[in-house]
Design a protein around this ligand. Structure first.
Ligand SMILES: NC(=O)c1ccc[n+]([C@@H]2O[C@H](COP(=O)([O-])OP(=O)(O)OC[C@H]3O[C@@H](n4cnc5c(N)ncnc54)[C@H](O)[C@@H]3O)[C@@H](O)[C@H]2O)c1
Length: 386
């Protein structure tokens, strides 16, 4: 079988992930890059050779018949437009999370993938984090019984550097950080708890980054404003209308109750999940690199777990998950291999985030997640085979 010939839309930034797919003669190679930043295109040529095709217009890449696969690693608000066009052009797509920034956009992507038959893969790399896989293994073994509760505390130490100085800070580009960051965690909760959110309520506010010094609206975002404590950071976005602290509670369609707490001005960065079942509890200490999975299966007034699984760090970005997810995508496109990730799950994570924000920005009341038609769910659950 010939190599997949791959183009990257959004070659800078997260587009670096596609490097794991550059294995000429071994199944896939990068042959084209798109970016509106000329520096990203210069770097792309330096990395993959003078002969690669580069452009600032994604449509020119999609016109090419010698490209069969694309990575869409551009900012969230471009995902829908660029991925719809790629699917219509018959390309297989690796789309970064969040799938899109509205529920309607996600549903258009699902429907278009189904109608065209072009393969759609969602880049939820947390489904390849060793800590998440180990917790799933523990839960699936039955040792903690039937999961009833799922909680996630998400500490982010780099909020000002990553989300309050560029497009992420504006609802019109991101909807909110329950999508940009939360889509990962909501997806993990859904996956490990074995259900999708049926209804969600939310509370949240912006209370730290709105007090930081902003840059002039005529100045582009530029280099992230590193610094600590958060209130000392300067040069943040002129417009910030997303929350820096969000809390949502979810009821899943299988009866599991879940909560997710996200804070963007914490001193450390970690996602801490716990799943409580009818016979025990599992929790991660550390989310990538060297981490521990603690399991409690007996009753007692103590913090020490009954079992500790020690995980060794894996090489590569995001604790080895980026390499693994790219390989999974290549195997899915080439051989129809089964995937950990799912476009349906990615849509349901976005839907929960969108309606969580709607609740916290409105009356704080309960919002029900619109259900997908059965034929759409079946198409994706059956591996996108016509
Ligand atoms: N799964 C993960 O671990 C992970 C990590 C980081 C980012 N992401 C996701 O990756 C995506 C990109 O994030 P980022 O932080 O790299 O964003 P970014 O703002 O750095 O943009 C990525 C690249 O897209 C380019 N770009 C912007 N507009 C474009 C256009 N119209 N056409 C082509 N290219 C364009 C930018 O110049 C940049 O090089 C986001 O959706 C984000 O959620 C995922």
């Amino acid at each position: 079988m010939d190599d997949l010939r791959i183009g990257v839309i959004g070659a800078g930034g997260r587009g670096g992930l596609a490097n794991y797919a550059h294995n000429p003669g071994k199944g896939s190679r990068l042959v084209a890059g798109v970016d509106v930043n000329p520096k990203a295109l210069i770097k792309f040529k330096e990395t993959y050779g003078e002969e690669v095709f580069v452009t600032d217009d994604y449509r020119k890449l999609l016109e090419r018949k010698d490209i069969d696969t694309v990575f869409v690693t551009s900012p969230d608000f471009l995902h829908e437009e660029q991925t719809l066009a790629a699917l219509e052009a018959g390309k297989a797509v690796y789309l970064e999370k969040p799938m899109a920034i509205t529920i309607e956009s996600c549903d258009r992507l699902l429907n278009t993938a189904m109608r065209t038959g072009s393969k759609l893969y969602l880049g939820h790399n947390m489904r390849h984090f060793p800590a998440i896989l180990k917790m799933k293994e523990v839960i699936d073994s039955g040792i903690i019984g039937k999961v009833q509760n799922a909680w996630c505390r998400h500490f982010i130490s780099y909020g000002g550097d990553a989300y309050f100085f560029n497009w992420n800070s504006e609802r019109r580009f991101s909807t909110g950080l329950l999508l940009q960051k939360g889509a990962h965690d909501i997806d993990v909760i859904h996956w490990l708890a074995g259900g999708y959110t049926k209804s969600v309520v939310g509370m949240g506010m912006l209370s730290v980054y709105d007090k930081c010094e902003r840059r002039d609206p005529s100045t582009p975002a530029g280099i992230p404003p590193w610094g600590w404590p958060p209130l000392s950071q300067k040069g943040l976005s002129p417009v910030i209308d997303v929350e820096d602290s969000s809390m949502i509670m979810m009821q899943l369609d299988n009866g599991v109750q879940a909560s997710y707490l996200q804070c963007h001005y914490a001193p450390n960065a970690e996602r801490n999940y716990t799943f409580i079942g009818t016979q025990g509890r599992v929790e991660n200490i550390g989310d990538f690199g060297k981490c521990e999975i603690h399991v409690w299966t007996t009753r007692g007034n103590r913090a020490e777990p009954d079992i500790i699984h020690y995980l060794k760090p894996l090489e590569g970005s995001h604790g080895g998950s980026d390499r693994a997810i790219v390989q999974s995508f290549i195997d899915f496109v080439r051989f129809g291999a089964k995937t950990n990730t799912s476009p349906i799950a990615a849509r349901n994570a976005v839907a929960t985030g969108v309606l969580g924000h709607d609740s916290m920005r409105g009356d704080g009341g309960r919002r029900d997640i619109p259900q997908l038609p059965k034929n759409v769910i079946e198409y994706f659950e059956n591996g996108q085979k016509k």
